[in-house]
Design a binder for this molecule. Structure first.
Ligand SMILES: Nc1ncnc2c1ncn2[C@@H]1O[C@H](COP(=O)(O)OP(=O)(O)OP(=O)(O)O)[C@@H](O)[C@H]1O
Ligand SMILES: [Mg+2]
Length: 258
């Protein structure tokens, strides 16, 4: 099978005033793969994701999604093109139930547009039913059915992380960017999150880009890893390759201890 490039970034740069957070980085992600972006704190990982996901404009460089230049498009437009992201800190609506949180994440919900209720009530009703079924299926897939009516604000940290994954399942997105899906998660839930990401990749065909500090998660899931430090790519390759690289060891342990 010919490898298809879902994502490519070319020579991305981003300055915040005098600070160069990203200094010309390029990499590509193959369709159907799980890609890891790692590096010490402040390396520029989230900034890179923000640029890819349309939350920041790069100072220069470009982003290609399925071969199409999408640099500077809004996150809403990118979402419609099949790209969705999660955040380093979970973004649930605490006063809504788990089920409602997933339902509001569905794209293009015609019920949101009031005139559609009036013009095409049947379309709205059948779409809402579809969204409900999809939300229930996602909760079931993630093992969260028992908390479907619980307010999201009352969920544990790990359950919030799973719910965040569930939000990505409410879209037809094929490329999912995860910013630290394992942050603050206990070891048991970490295994669950790893399993969910793997199953979403294998059974449902999602391509993932993952930022993560937990090297077990990265080693378990990612075929290809890019290591960033101080805004530049230090190296890339398999976990075995990057782990053996002295520059990587230096970047993590050579400077001030975190
Ligand atoms: N909006 C902003 N304005 C000014 N500086 C910023 C902004 N966003 C990020 N930075 C700076 O850019 C650099 C890279 O930050 P970034 O958040 O991309 O790092 P990171 O690799 O995600 O780190 P972490 O592992 O701690 O999440 C840091 O020095 C950060 O302080
Ligand atoms: Mg970050």
């Amino acid at each position: 099978m010919v490898a298809v490039e879902t994502l490519r970034v070319n020579n991305l740069m981003k300055s915040f005033g005098g600070l160069e957070a990203v200094k010309g980085i390029s990499f590509s992600v193959q369709e159907g793969s799980i890609f890891g972006l790692i590096g010490p704190n402040g390396a520029g990982k989230t900034t890179t994701f923000n640029i890819i996901a349309g939350a920041e404009r790069p100072t220069s460089g470009n982003v290609l999604l399925n071969g199409k230049d999408v640099t500077g498009l809004s996150s809403e437009k990118l979402y419609k093109l099949g790209l969705v992201r999660t955040f380093q800190l979970s973004h649930e609506y605490p006063q809504m139930t788990s089920l409602e949180n997933l339902m509001v994440a569905a794209s293009d919900q015609p019920g949101e547009k009031i005139f559609m209720n009036w013009l095409a009530p049947k379309t709205v009703a059948s779409r809402e039913k579809e969204v409900l079924e999809r939300a229930l299926d996602s909760l079931n897939f993630l093992g969260l059915s028992h908390v479907k009516d619980e307010l999201a604000g009352n969920l544990s940290g790990g359950q919030k992380k799973l719910l965040e994954l569930g939000r990505t399942m409410m879209t037809d997105a094929k490329l999912v960017l995860l910013d630290e899906p394992g942050a603050g998660v206990n070891p048991t839930l970490m295994l669950k999150i790893i399993e969910m990401i793997r199953r979403l990749n294998q059974e449902r065909g999602y391509t993932f880009c993952i930022i993560e500090h937990d090297m077990d998660l990265i080693a378990d899931l990612c075929e290809k890893i890019v290591v960033l430090a101080e805004g530049s790519i230090l190296t890339e390759g398999s976990m075995t390759e990057v782990r053996a690289n002295e520059k990587v060891i230096d970047a993590y342990f050579g400077g001030d201890l975190e």
